[in-house]
Design a binder for this molecule. Sequence first.
Ligand SMILES: Cc1cc2nc3c(=O)[nH]c(=O)nc-3n(C[C@H](O)[C@H](O)[C@H](O)COP(=O)(O)OP(=O)(O)OC[C@H]3O[C@@H](n4cnc5c(N)ncnc54)[C@H](O)[C@@H]3O)c2cc1C
Length: 422
Amino acid sequence: MTKSGGAPPAKADGKTEYASPPVPTRAAAMACLDAFVPRAGQAYAQGRNTATAPGQQGAVSGLSPYIRHRLITEAEVLAPVLERHGPVVGEAFIREVFWRSYWKGWLELRPALWDSYKARLAACQQDRALMARAHQAMRGQTGIDCFDAWAHELTATGTLHNHIRMWFASIWCFTLELPWVVGADAFFHHLLDADAASNLLSWRWVAGSQTPGKHYVARAANIETYTQGRFAPHGRLNETPAPIIEPNPAPLPGLPTAAPLPGGRVGVLLHEDDLGFETLELGGMVPAAVAGLAVPDARSPQGASALAGAWTRHAVQDALTRVGACLEGKSPLLTPDDVCGWARAAGLDAVLTPWAPVGWVADELNRLEQPLAAAGIHLIRHRRAWDETCWPLAQRGFFAFKTHIPALLAKLLPDTPRSSHA
Ligand SMILES: Cc1cc2nc3c(=O)[nH]c(=O)nc-3n(C[C@H](O)[C@H](O)[C@H](O)COP(=O)(O)OP(=O)(O)OC[C@H]3O[C@@H](n4cnc5c(N)ncnc54)[C@H](O)[C@@H]3O)c2cc1C
């Protein structure tokens, strides 16, 4: 990474020049949003499926690594879009942001799926021949030119356009006949926006497990159209596969109870799932200490790629720098092993963390609960109103969830003026 947090353009296949990764700061997130808002209406709706060539400006926002780490919140992203375009012209973009909230809620209500994913991945990793084929695919050596190019692009940049992620996952499952759990793990390793719910459930959705029997089939003609003719893998793809049907666990009756804000001497532990210190709903409480937790390598048995790991640590560091600008005292970047010592040294009664949804950060926080309790320190997980309101609605499919969007916007962004563009 360069001093500003960005990296020079990479050439993973020796030929293609990719754009630099986004800079992992809240200031860069705000700049990205400002630049995108004018394009968030019709231009987005019409152009969002087109996967432009690497390095070219497409119609999508590029906000996902920022939203995923909450360097910027869903509310902060949607407010200016509503103001500029209104709920009708801005509908396509607004809906995509709610896909994220939907996936987060869906997994939160079915945490067993995360554990079964990890167990299945561990079993696959015992199969040497299978893993050799998967590694070969990730090195871009399948002989399917589009897939190989996307494998190089993912490795070099830590991201892929949404439509490419869909094609990639579909080719992985149905043409290469590799297990989706291994593909999901490869995405976790590389993606700057790696997110337990969005990644896992999107892979299940492509495979045909999420909406039982409905799978996403990558077709050469569709790839040709939406890559503007760069790729046309006619005759190379399995376009008539059967879906991979797996049962969906029943949802929990509700979200796990979130604790109220504690009294006493409270320290805030920010983490890579929520770096929005400025927008945390602390009810006026001023923390006695603030620290940050970065565990990017916990996302996968192979850890995070060098690019994704550095990006995440820089993002956490950016949050701590911002905290330092408004609170006195040092705000250190911690590993899980440091947390108890930090809390004790600061004389804390409680460590408050933003809620970590089901995934590797929540796993790490769960492991910290007992040693903190042994030191007489409570670990309090605090959920934002956005999540508290959206997640319980993820009971069934997205189409049922999406009917709630107008009411959710009215409740969660009551003061945002709406453009009346139709
Ligand atoms: C197989 C597969 C794996 C994926 N893994 C991830 C992941 O690990 N993390 C992640 O954030 N997204 C994931 N996605 C969703 C999507 O591809 C990315 O969010 C998208 O590419 C982000 O680009 P953008 O910010 O330019 O999106 P835009 O089109 O500008 O959308 C705006 C925002 O809406 C949200 N969003 C858009 N599409 C989706 C979607 N399909 N699901 C959930 N949220 C969405 C993102 O927060 C995004 O920043 C995955 C999709 C697939 C098919």
